[in-house]
Ligand binder design. Structure first.
Ligand code: ADP
Ligand code: ADP
Length: 223
């Protein structure tokens, strides 16, 4: 369970991107829906411990996230909105390297981890190809594999379907839902269709505030 209490963030220019956000996020897929500029990325980066909020409290299980960011990072998988420059290194090498960074020292165990992740996201057949040459859909699936190295209990995915065609997008979301059964997955998006079918619970963020929270059916009734 991820618990967010009275979380606010004001950027140096005075922009209040988050305004007293309270959320209880249970295990499974949780959708964070909101228009551009709502504060979704600010919230996702704050939860991923990439930026500190102005105020508030975040707990994940027994971890006080703001006081012990290292403990959260050890169990976090983060797929940022734009995971940037795509290296010319092969998918296999990249995941293997990440596994080293995550402390999986034993070569055999690493081989098993990397192979199982590449199979899970259906990229085993292109494991020796450079990620730089991947299509948008392949990159996002590779992003899931990256986020899953080290068996995280919390997975944060920021606007994952931007730039994907509907088929790739569905494929990606179904994969995420499969993974999401036993962990906390937060999926941020401005597309209602991304969350309505897959997330048993969701919240709507606008102007840094939570406007609505509940099951998709409850929210649709209010919107
Ligand atoms: P979303 O991800 O929902 O589009 P963001 O969290 O990126 O929203 O942004 C929320 C608001 O905060 C927007 O008005 C955005 O322009 C502003 N913002 C984001 N980052 C910064 C920053 N570094 N400095 C100032 N304002 C920012
Ligand atoms: P998002 O889709 O998350 O809203 P943006 O394209 O708005 O992303 O922002 C990209 C980057 O620029 C982010 O790192 C964000 O923090 C920063 N940013 C966004 N708005 C502002 C702003 N008004 N002033 C300064 N930086 C900003």
């Amino acid at each position: 369970m991820l618990s967010i209490e009275q979380l606010s963030h004001v950027y140096p220019n005075g922009m209040r991107a988050l305004d007293r956000v309270n959320l209880e996020i249970p295990r499974g897929m949780f959708g964070l829906l909101g228009p551009n500029g709502a504060g979704k990325s600010t919230l996702m980066r704050t939860l991923a411990t990439l930026q500190a909020p102005s105020e508030g409290r975040i707990r994940f299980g027994d971890i006080d996230v703001l006081a012990e960011p290292g403990r959260l990072r050890a169990t976090l998988g983060f797929l940022p909105q734009d995971f940037g420059v795509y290296p010319r290194v092969s998918a296999y090498e990249l995941l293997d390297h990440l596994a080293v960074l995550k402390g999986i020292a034993h070569a055999g165990q690493r081989r098993d981890t990397v192979a199982s992740l590449l199979n899970k996201v259906n990229l085993w057949s292109v494991r020796n190809k450079a990620v730089a040459g991947f299509s948008g859909g392949m990159r996002q699936r590779f992003g899931i594999a990256q986020a899953l190295v080290g068996d995280p209990a919390l997975i944060i995915v920021d606007e994952p379907t931007a730039g994907l065609d509907p088929e790739e997008s569905n494929r990606f979301l179904n994969l995420l839902a499969e993974i999401g059964e036993n962990v906390v997955v937060i999926l941020s998006t401005h597309i209602v269709g991304d969350v309505a079918d897959l997330c048993p619970r969701m919240a709507v963020l606008a102007n840094g505030r939570i406007l609505l929270e509940g099951s998709p059916a409850e929210l649709m009734a209010e919107m």
